[in-house]
Ligand binder design. Structure first.
Ligand code: AMP
Length: 217
């Protein structure tokens, strides 16, 4: 039986890095609303066109857009028996929607893995992040630099930065996250979703080990 899990934490806490690995190790699909929105933008769909202006500014995309995308994804057969959600819920309205969906199907959430890190660490991590637009590999100027600056080791393409990874957009995203976190945590507690905090500091494998342990608890 697969688990239904959320990975929660501020932008830059390492959700993307660890969550894909965790989902694969647990044999459940990895559902990241940020990825879904970027795919919608790339496809030129109506949802993508609406989302783009918010993402560019580091603002949250309106609930109805994100909820529609996620609900569509959750109806695919691979998510019937478990999933790892990354980046959702980000508002109480989104969390309520998820709780209602689970309750109506007689399902429950197994746990929330909450990653924690200091703001300065988060800003340095995110504003140093670069992505290869051709093969998708990610780099970090501080933590995982490419061999030649600005060039993908794997395929040689020029690296790009996400528009919402500039220092100004990152600070804005962190403020948004902080403003929403308290209410979300209170909601998680009120519906009995177990929240397990994990410090996201130290070596990548060390942090992953902590995450795996609480996810399997
Ligand atoms: P992420 O890849 O999770 O950092 O998300 C990138 C951006 O997509 C965020 O800064 C938001 O603009 C948007 N986004 C992703 N997930 C959500 C969500 N659940 N609700 C609203 N906006 C979202």
């Amino acid at each position: 039986m697969g688990k239904r899990l959320l990975i929660f934490g501020p932008p830059g806490a390492g959700k993307g890095t660890h969550a894909a690995r965790l989902a694969s190790d647990l044999g459940i699909p990895y559902l990241a609303t940020g990825d879904m929105l970027r795919a919608a933008i790339a496809s030129g769909s109506a949802a993508g066109r609406e989302a783009e202006k918010y993402i560019r500014l580091g603002e949250l995309v309106p609930d109805h857009v994100v909820i529609a995308l996620l609900e569509e994804r959750l109806t695919l057969p691979d998510a019937a028996d478990g999933f790892l959600l990354d980046g959702f819920p980000r508002t109480v309205a989104q969390a309520e929607r998820l709780a209602r969906r689970l309750a109506s199907r007689g399902e429950h959430l197994d746990g929330v893995v909450a990653l924690e890190a200091d703001e300065d660490v988060l800003v340095a991590r995110l504003s140093g992040r670069f992505i290869c637009p051709r093969c998708g590999r990610t780099y970090n100027r501080l933590l995982r630099p490419p061999r030649a600056e600005g060039v993908c080791d794997a395929c040689g393409a020029s690296l790009t930065q996400r528009p919402d990874d500039t220092v100004a957009a990152v600070r804005h995203r962190l403020r948004e996250h902080r403003a929403k976190t308290e209410a979300l945590m209170a909601f998680f507690r009120s519906v009995g979703w177990p929240v397990r905090s994990v410090p996201s500091v130290g070596e990548v494998d060390e942090v992953y080990g902590r995450i795996r342990k609480v996810a399997e608890a």
